[in-house]
Design a protein. Structure first.
Length: 347
């Protein structure tokens, strides 16, 4: 499962070189926001460009309707097995676009050009593609790596504070999986006044960690499950927010999920109490607390039962015994999970 992640300074020049790649047509997939803000950077340097595919923005539209729109566009504009899709956007675009490419005519090439911090360090790297289905996150999808991922770090300076924080939550997750030095560096980063030079270096390190894990376990049979830390609970919060029609960004929900799963890690694997407190303090200061009550506990638990990592109807977690000490395929009693919800709301 080879995936080339490249730092690209000039996107227009990189696109121009694709004419030597043997493609008959090149399609650019964007959403309505990215088309306006980022599409001009790709330029029009190749005669192979077909009309752009533009879908509605936000994760609420990462569904079968948008997927069908992409397939239909490709079909009606003469896409073949020798065509290429450039997925320009955040995680919603790279997830949906990658799945569309992986399934159209049984698979055509695609390149991910992530425009958000979240997509750079998480969604665009690692080969996971998919769409939401029947109200559940990423329920339908396949493992299919992009032929290339182009990282253009100037996009980071265009992000608002909310989207920057969303991506940074995944970086902090990677740091917790990595080592104490990385964890301490991430807790020392000021999200209110970000140092972008420092952030670019940290982004490279974060991507490198994910690539190492994915290379060892591309199909998520073992170690790669570690990358789901914070996501078992976080996806439940994200789905609940969608049902409420007040969607929260993925990384913000993962931040809440990490608080709950760090609590469970302390209970089950003796994650150090002081490091738990330090991490939770940073997360609460930068992400606040997800608004929910005891009345939501059963709904959240039910949503967690649908998580793709589960086996035999048992909720599957990744726990940490310490920073960098990873335990996959872990379980917790329903009462303990509710205690973790209490900890998030009141701790």
């Amino acid at each position: 499962m080879k995936q080339h992640v490249l730092l690209v300074d000039n996107l227009s020049e990189a696109v121009g070189r694709l004419q030597q790649g043997g493609y008959d047509r090149i399609f650019v997939l964007t959403d309505t926001q990215t088309e306006r803000l980022c599409r001009p950077l790709l330029g029009d340097s190749t005669s192979l460009f077909s009309p752009d595919i533009i879908i509605a923005s936000t994760d609420a539209h990462k569904d079968l309707e948008a997927l069908s729109q992409v397939w239909t566009f490709l079909q009606t504009h003469g896409a073949t097995r020798h065509s290429l899709i450039i997925c320009l956007g955040g995680g919603m675009v790279t997830d949906l676009g990658g799945f569309a490419a992986a399934t159209f005519k049984r698979g055509i090439d695609f390149i991910n050009v992530p425009t958000t911090l979240l997509a750079m360090v998480d969604a665009a790297v690692g080969g996971k593609t998919g769409v939401n289905f029947n109200g559940l996150k990423n329920e339908i999808g396949v493992f299919c790596p992009a032929q290339r991922v182009w990282i253009h770090t100037p996009f980071l300076r265009t992000l608002d504070a909310v989207n920057l924080r969303s991506g940074y939550a995944e970086m902090l997750k990677h740091a917790l999986l990595n080592n104490v030095q990385a964890w301490a560096e991430h807790l020392d980063f000021d999200l209110a006044a970000p140092d972008f030079e420092r952030l670019q270096k940290m982004v490279g390190e974060s991507i490198a960690l994910k690539q190492r894990i994915v290379a060892e376990d591309p199909q998520e049979h073992g170690l790669r499950k570690a990358l789901n830390f914070g996501h078992t609970v976080g996806h439940a919060f994200e789905t609940l927010s969608l049902r409420r029609q007040s969607p929260q960004l993925h990384g913000s929900c993962v931040a809440q999920g990490m608080i709950c799963e760090l609590y469970l890690s302390h209970v089950h694997r003796d994650f150090p109490l002081e490091r738990l407190r330090q991490t939770v303090r940073y997360l609460i200061e930068n992400y606040g607390r997800f608004e929910f009550s005891c009345d939501d506990y059963d709904t959240l638990y039910e949503l967690m039962l649908h998580d793709k990592k589960n086996v035999g109807g048992v909720i599957n977690f990744t726990f940490l015994g310490d920073v960098g000490r990873i335990f996959t395929d872990q379980h917790a009693e329903r009462e303990e999970i509710y205690e973790a919800f209490d900890f998030l709301r009141e701790g």
